[in-house]
Design a protein around this ligand. Structure first.
Ligand SMILES: Nc1ncnc2c1ncn2[C@@H]1O[C@H](COP(=O)(O)OP(=O)(O)OP(=O)(O)O)[C@@H](O)[C@H]1O
Length: 247
């Protein structure tokens, strides 16, 4: 079973810019939670706060049902030096072994990695260089890497960016599988149609959590219009927000 996540008075500022403010909110255990909202609304910042990757004020409590479980994270983009002779298999195994990559990796580790690559349709490209993969293929590899530790909590930041239809479907069926197994999924997503298919709990973030509910409750036409315009209407106070408005 995945954990629940409790946020109490969570805030985040960068310089003078208030990115997140007064967030009191919870994400229930063992469900699929989709974070949506306008560009610059603070979705990635919220995820990074939950992961402890950025300093925030207030409290974030990840409540594991029993002992502390594993956490998987798929960032918006793979970060690696494209010119390195790093294969997909090397990349997947980077976090798995305490020995240097040029040492022989154990057959067991490789077999485990291949299983996860199969789940995202990338097993046949295990020996390709990471730098030669398309953006969507790299996203699939990141997903496979995140699955390797069998995480109880999976945090995804726009997981389908750059993915083709087949990649999107692989990911969706994996997410359905993980939720059926009571894992907790927390995913930032922009694609309303894809979010409808995932049928999770939707949380709209624009500095704070401004709406949440089922897909049927939140993703109704008038709300979609209002929620995604909200940022422009309410945000002319900070420099950073102005910047995003233009962008
Ligand atoms: N490290 C940082 N330093 C300063 N400002 C930052 C930093 N990271 C994010 N910001 C600012 O915080 C605001 C929220 O960014 P964030 O990436 O969390 O939004 P988002 O909702 O995920 O946006 P998008 O939908 O465009 O991915 C933006 O105005 C961004 O410029």
């Amino acid at each position: 079973m995945g954990p629940s996540i409790e946020l109490r008075n969570v805030g985040l500022t960068y310089g003078e810019n208030v990115i997140l403010q007064d967030i009191n909110h919870s994400f229930t255990a063992g469900e699929c939670h989709i974070v949506m909202g306008p560009n610059g609304g603070g979705k990635t910042s919220l995820l990074r706060s939950i992961l402890g990757l950025t300093p925030f004020t207030g409290e974030i409590d990840i409540q594991w049902p029993e002992s502390k479980g594993k956490l998987g994270y798929v960032p918006q983009k793979a970060m690696f030096e494209g010119s390195l002779p790093l294969t997909v298999m090397d990349f997947i195994l980077l976090n798995q072994s305490s020995s240097p990559l040029f040492w022989r990796q154990s057959a067991k580790n490789k077999a485990r990695a291949l299983t996860q690559l199969e789940r995202v349709g990338m097993a046949s490209r295990a020996d390709r260089r990471m730098g030669q993969l398309s953006g969507g293929e790299q996203q699939r590899v990141l997903f496979a890497q995140a699955l390797l530790d069998d995480p109880q909590l999976l945090v995804l930041d726009e997981p389908t960016t750059g993915m083709d239809e087949q990649g999107v479907r692989y990911l969706e069926s994996l997410i359905h599988e993980l939720v059926a197994d009571n894992r907790t999924i927390l995913a930032v997503h922009h694609d309303v149609t894809a979010v409808r298919r995932l049928d999770g709990h939707v949380h709209v973030v624009n500095r704070s959590v401004i709406d949440n509910g089922s897909v049927a409750e939140v993703l109704v036409p008038e709300k979609i219009e209002r929620l995604f315009n909200h940022y422009t209407a309410a945000s002319s106070t900070t420099e950073s927000n102005n910047k995003k408005e233009v962008a």
